[in-house]
Design a binder for this molecule. Structure first.
Ligand code: ZN
Length: 159
């Protein structure tokens, strides 16, 4: 396992469309391990493979620090409701922006053996699912942020 370098906003790879994963090779397994390790090291709640420069449709999420979630080839089946709140991204270090997202999403994805499963998420998990899946299509949350991005330090002091 290894910590991988996170690509930051301005790096053109972040705007590319990731490719479907059709086979779990040892390289893919290594990538998944490294993605979890990198996400935990950076205190993120989610990471898409494109953020470490690999254009594969792979996402890792953990909103509590105890619920590692791997999604391969994820796609959103259903959304409902609305939530508005601060959102950050490991590729946009030190910043947060206000983004409105669905409050509930239902997602179909594949696991590490390419078996299909469905996961539902609300609140932070719904936000993370939407955010990470958008990375796979080359989008960053800053495109959706309402108003200017703020320094994360300033926001934390306010709270
Ligand atoms: Zn992100």
């Amino acid at each position: 396992m290894a910590i991988r370098t996170i690509r930051e906003i301005g790096d053109p790879v972040l705007n590319k469309i990731s490719k479907e994963v059709r086979e779990i090779t040892p390289r893919v397994n290594d990538l998944i391990d490294d993605m979890f390790e990198t996400m935990y090291e950076e205190n993120g709640v989610g990471l898409a493979a494109v953020q470490v420069g690999v254009l594969k449709r792979i996402v890792v999420i953990d909103t509590t620090g105890e619920d590692p979630l791997l999604l391969i080839n994820p796609r959103i089946l259903e959304t409902s409701g609305e939530q508005t709140g601060n959102e950050g991204c490991l590729s946009v270090p030190g910043k947060v922006g206000v983004v409105t997202r669905p409050n509930y999403v239902k997602v179909e994805a594949q696991d590490e053996e390419l078996n299909t499963f469905v996961i539902e998420g609300e609140e932070l998990l719904a936000r993370a699912l939407c955010h990470e899946i958008e990375h796979l299509d080359g989008h960053l949350y800053v495109e959706k942020a309402d108003g200017p991005l703020l320094d994360v330090d300033a926001v934390e002091e306010e709270e």
